[in-house]
Design a protein around this ligand. Structure first.
Ligand code: FES
Length: 152
């Protein structure tokens, strides 16, 4: 039987979630193989357009990882990220995309276990939702349909 395996793009802060993913790898933890990581210097760097780009190019879900509140190396980048994230979820909902396709988590460098649990849980949610685009109306408000030649 063919089972759908979602592609997850992880937009991870260099100082925390990216290091947690590194630690998970070094510790040989096994977690869902669906994750492709993009490193950014701070979650505050993540513009909503990054998320839309990921969807247009084949992602089924986007996981944003940042430092815990109070721990951002740039003081308040993660608070900026949180505000954008909440707006983005509303926008996605408005255009017919299930907001559960975008997830924000605070994961510190030492929390490899949390990263593993979050990735596995997110992959399961996306398996239930199915491929990105299935819920989109035929003429969406945003040009967000996945490209034909989306990267794999
Ligand atoms: S440095 Fe990690 S969220 Fe800002």
């Amino acid at each position: 039987m063919d089972t759908f395996e979602p592609k997850i793009v992880g937009l991870f802060c260099n100082w925390c979630t990216y290091l947690a993913a590194d630690l998970a790898g070094i510790s040989r933890m096994k977690y869902s193989h669906n994750l492709r990581i993009v490193r950014v210097m701070c979650s505050g760097r993540i513009h909503p357009e990054f998320v839309l780009w990921a969807f247009r190019n084949g992602a089924d879900g986007v996981l944003i990882g940042g430092c815990h509140p109070g721990d951002c190396h740039y003081i308040e980048g993660n608070y900026k990220n949180l505000r954008r994230f909440l707006l983005l979820r509303k926008l996605l909902e408005q255009v017919g995309i299930d907001p559960r396709r975008v997830r924000l988590e605070w994961i510190s460098a030492s929390e490899a276990d949390k990263l593993k649990q979050v990735v596995n849980d997110f992959a399961e949610t996306l398996r239930e939702l199915g491929p990105f685009g299935t819920e989109l109306p035929e003429e969406p408000v945003l040009d967000i349909h996945p490209k034909e030649e989306a990267v794999s």
